[in-house]
Design a protein around this ligand. Structure first.
Ligand SMILES: *[C@@H]1O[C@H](CO)[C@@H](O)[C@H](O)[C@H]1NC(C)=O
Ligand SMILES: *[C@@H]1O[C@H](CO)[C@@H](O)[C@H](O)[C@H]1NC(C)=O
Length: 645
């Protein structure tokens, strides 16, 4: 051996030892933290546990994250770390620990990152703050799972375009001072976190009790030859291809489905392109199953974001065939999820007669919402309900217990829906499960017997006026009373299926002027009121109330509210208390209006409790007109304050 050779070996030895073997006894081994990009998915890194450094502003990249706490391996490490609160949007170090697959991953919203739900993924990971425990040093080298450079990498049906781009096929990237060989589970089986290995290896291996299933065995540089895109294969199981839905009409379900339906679709950015597409597919399915037609259901679509926009009105398409391409062409608007604003909009604009509202058909609004609304819905929903809109909520991936704190308005579904009995709310755990609900939703919106919010304070009553025709009233004042009755009637929606009015005039005796349903439109009814002749005689108010119960309310429809309005100008010759009590017990809501000489105690006996809201006293006939708005207001107030369940 020649000297130069020996020298070279010696120099090489010196170099090696100075780099690879810092004096472990004197100096703490330095943790090298490899940097990654925002889009780096945990599944790309072939190590059971490792540390990385995330750049700033990953939140803006909106890289996909699946799950909460435990994330599916296809999630972005950095975005998962922001979601979990391990780092902020300014980046930082993150320790990643691989875990086994989960049956489901629940999406949630946290720290400005919306994570998504995912069923049944093979591998998971958790993230923790990037401060290694004392004595633990993580690999300074990241080993990457190889990508198979075939076209298959880019045809995965369920990934967003950005994430299907195959990463470089580099399988082994080293940081500048990386020298120690990366350790795999097979090389160092089950080493506990706190165990510090010999100084010459310069780091210890953290808890690797979970064997990451793409980990190679033996030589860490020999990588598993399985193609990377196996991790996408499971996407194939959802969402299912559209089933060949048979229109329900064939089975009789939508035959009588004459409803005007507004679908409010979520166009906010948070939903993402893919889920927006799922939403459109769902609406296409609904439009086909429901058999749209002028004699049956008609449907329009509003897309909401910051503001609502009518994609098409109720009258724009009159067949399922025409709706399909129209829905498919809808382009996502983006913005927030302002559902409250959208509900105000449909109430004021969408369901107007000019826009195709058919009047005879119940109004239905189906709100599809990803997560939760970004504005308040309570007031807008109340107004919409009070004008007869049956509000349904289909909440996809709604807030879980931990997310409720982020929600703008707690219990927004209960505050918005027509009734809180469950019929009007359809919570769906994942977007991928949405399509299974087509039939169930169609069945509900077509179940007109249950669309109780079509009933409003103005259209759902049988109203009996019981009018005092005694001599003390006089012809002129009797005309004023009739004008009052006409003015009150004027405010209601009159038809056989809406509010009906019947009138009784009484003295000692009683006379049925006309029964419920005898005059079934407003003009006829107002004319009939005008034609009533003044009778003149005594005042038996008690007998008149009993007569109203027998002649009118006995023929009331079960789904109508029974309202009795007694108008009198004096004390009754007979007892009013027992007859009043009897009609109250039959569910009649009784109002009493006393003029001039009417007796206060009798007015209160007649009136339903609380008297203050059902009993009025007017000093003279000429002031009766002042009570028209008041009585309408009280009728509606009472109707609308009934518990919604
Ligand atoms: C290692 O991880 C497994 C599974 O996650 C756990 O059961 C075990 O307690 C951990 N061991 C240590 C020492 O942290
Ligand atoms: C009825 O309405 C008309 C028109 O608004 C009004 O002039 C009249 O005073 C009202 N009369 C009563 C008794 O309400």
């Amino acid at each position: 051996m020649s000297r130069p050779t020996l020298t070279a070996v010696f120099v090489a030895f010196l170099l090696t030892s100075s780099v690879a073997k810092p004096n472990a006894k004197d100096k703490k081994p330095k943790q090298v933290v490899p940097a990654i990009e925002c889009d780096m998915r945990a599944g790309k890194i072939n190590l059971p546990e490792f540390i990385v450094k995330c750049p700033a502003k990953c939140r803006e990249t909106k890289e996909k994250v699946y799950g909460t706490g435990v994330f599916a391996s296809i999630s972005s490490i950095c975005n998962a770390a922001i979601h979990n609160g391990v780092i902020t949007n300014s980046g930082g170090k993150v320790i990643v620990m691989k875990m086994g697959g989960q049956v489901t991953y629940k999406g949630s919203f946290a720290n400005g990152v919306r994570s998504l739900s995912l069923p049944n993924w093979r591998d998971s990971f958790s993230v923790s703050v990037g401060k290694p425990k004392k004595g633990v040093i993580y690999p300074s080298t990241l080993i990457f799972v190889p990508s198979r450079p075939t076209a298959e990498n880019t045809v995965s049906p369920a990934t967003e375009p950005s994430s299907t781009a195959a990463p470089p096929t580099t399988t082994h990237v080293t940081t500048p001072i990386a020298t120690a060989p990366p350790i795999t589970t097979s090389a160092t089986p089950r080493v506990t976190v706190h165990e510090v290995r010999e100084a010459d290896s310069s780091y210890s291996v953290p808890n690797t009790s979970y064997k990451w299933n793409r980990m190679s065995t033996g030589d860490p540089t020999v990588l598993d030859p399985r193609p990377d895109n196996t991790e996408y294969e499971q996407y194939g199981q959802y969402p299912p291809e559209p089933e060949d839905h048979k229109p329900l009409s064939e089975t009789g379900h939508t035959k009588d489905c004459k409803v005007d339906i507004a679908f409010l679709m979520d166009g906010s950015w948070s939903i993402g392109k893919r889920r927006f597409k799922i939403q459109k597919d769902f609406l296409v399915d609904v439009s086909q199953v429901i058999s749209v037609g002028v004699a049956g259901p008609m449907m329009g679509i509003i897309q909401y974001g910051d503001d609502p926009v009518t994609e098409f009105s109720l009258k724009q398409f009159s067949s399922s065939k025409d709706l399909k391409p129209a829905i498919s062409k809808i382009v996502q608007k983006g913005g927030l999820s302002n559902v409250g604003k959208a509900l105000s909009y449909i109430n004021k604009n969408f369901f107007s007669d000019a826009n195709g509202n058919r009047g005879g058909a119940p109004n239905v609004a189906v709100v599809l919402v990803d997560g939760w609304p970004t504005d308040k819905v309570e007031e807008a929903s109340r107004l919409a309900r009070e004008s007869g809109i049956n509000i349904f909520f289909v909440t996809i991936e709604g807030p879980d217990e931990n997310e409720k704190q982020n929600v703008v308005e707690t219990n927004f579904v209960e505050k918005a829906v027509c009734r809180t009995n469950g019929f009007f709310s359809l919570p769906i755990t994942s977007w991928f499960a949405l399509r299974k609900e087509v039939q169930s939703l169609v069945k509900r919106v077509c179940d007109t017997d249950h669309l109780v919010c079509s009933k409003t304070c103005l259209n759902a009553n049988d109203i009996a006026f019981v009018i005092d025709g005694s001599s003390s009233v006089g012809t002129g004042n009797f005309r004023t009373v009739l004008q009052f009755v006409a003015n009150v009637t004027q405010e209601f929606e009159i038809s056989d299926t809406d509010t009906r009015v019947g009138i009784i005039q009484y003295t000692y005796e009683q006379r049925l002027e006309f029964a419920f349903g005898q005059h079934n439109n407003k003009a006829d009814l107002l004319n009939a009121i005008k034609r009533i002749n003044y009778w003149s005689g005594g005042t038996s108010t008690g007998a008149a109330i009993t007569y109203a119960a027998d002649q009118l309310f006995s023929k009331s429809k079960p789904n109508k509210r029974k309202i009795m309005i007694v108008i009198t100008d004096g004390r009754s010759y007979d007892d009013v208390r027992a007859p009043a009590l009897a009609v109250h017990r039959k569910g009649v809501i009784a109002y009493s209006i006393g003029i001039a000489w009417a007796a206060q105690d009798e007015l209160e006996y007649i009136a339903t409790d609380p008297d203050r809201e059902h009993s009025f006293f007017v000093d003279e006939f000429d002031n009766l007109y002042k009570y028209v708005p008041k009585i309408i207001h009280n009728i509606c107030n009472e109707f609308n304050s009934q518990p919604r369940n």
